[in-house]
Design a protein. Structure first.
Length: 219
């Protein structure tokens, strides 16, 4: 019951953001080219930007074409309700480093979904931190599926920041939100050591986030 109420509140707030906030986007040309490709893309941003990303994607794409990963435990119950109401394919996955056969099978299923045409939205420092640090899952999925990664930075000045590890941003109604889209990143299938790629992705997400903030104040 608590998860249902919490998930519904998150959804209603996302609708408020989607309908009232003004989204300014840099990198629209590249985004249009991505849409014309008609191939799956892995959209990624820091975890605290989830609400802004949800609003942006609803305005620009068919949200039902997305898979969203959620923890396969009590923490994911609220997100399952939130995702279902949004129309996202909410995919439960153990995010605690479990290497059991069951987790392996779920990863195979996830890779197949993406390879068959589903887009993925993933926040690589979630679900519980450390903040602003890319974990291996992002580059692993990009490598296995061949889907390019689109790094996204978001910024909203008039917002409430939840006082927790990710400073989760809740934009106030009628606020301005700036979205900055980075360049596509492809992870080669034959790449063995992903540690350098993970660091590069961490640096890229920091840059696009900083650029979103800079662009916000230039308008």
């Amino acid at each position: 019951m608590i998860a249902k109420i919490s998930g519904t509140i998150l959804y209603l707030f996302s609708v408020l953001v989607y309908r009232t906030c003004r989204f300014h986007i840099s990198g629209v040309d590249q985004f249009e080219r991505i849409l014309k490709r008609g191939e799956p893309v892995i959209f990624t941003s820091w975890h605290g930007m989830t609400m802004m990303i949800a609003g942006f994607l609803r305005k620009r794409m068919d949200i039902s074409s997305f898979i969203g990963i959620r923890p396969d435990d009590y923490r994911g119950d609220t997100l399952e309700v939130f995702g279902r109401k949004l129309g996202v394919d909410s995919f439960p996955l153990n995010l605690s480093g479990d290497s059991t056969l069951g987790t392996g099978r779920k990863l195979v299923s996830l890779v197949r979904k993406i390879s068959s045409g589903k887009n993925l939205i993933i926040h690589p420092d979630g679900p519980a931190g450390p903040s602003y640090f890319v974990k291996p899952g992002l580059s692993f999925l990009a490598k296995k599926t061949g889907a390019p990664i689109l790094p996204i930075g978001c910024y909203c000045r008039h917002a409430y920041h939840v006082p927790r590890w990710d400073r989760y941003t809740l934009p106030l109604p009628f606020s301005k939100i700036h979205i900055h889209l980075g360049n596509l990143v492809t992870v080669p299938e034959n790449l063995q050591d992903l540690s350098e790629t993970n660091q590069q992705l961490t640096d890229i997400l920091h840059r696009v986030s900083a650029q979103a903030s800079a662009n916000y104040y230039e308008l």
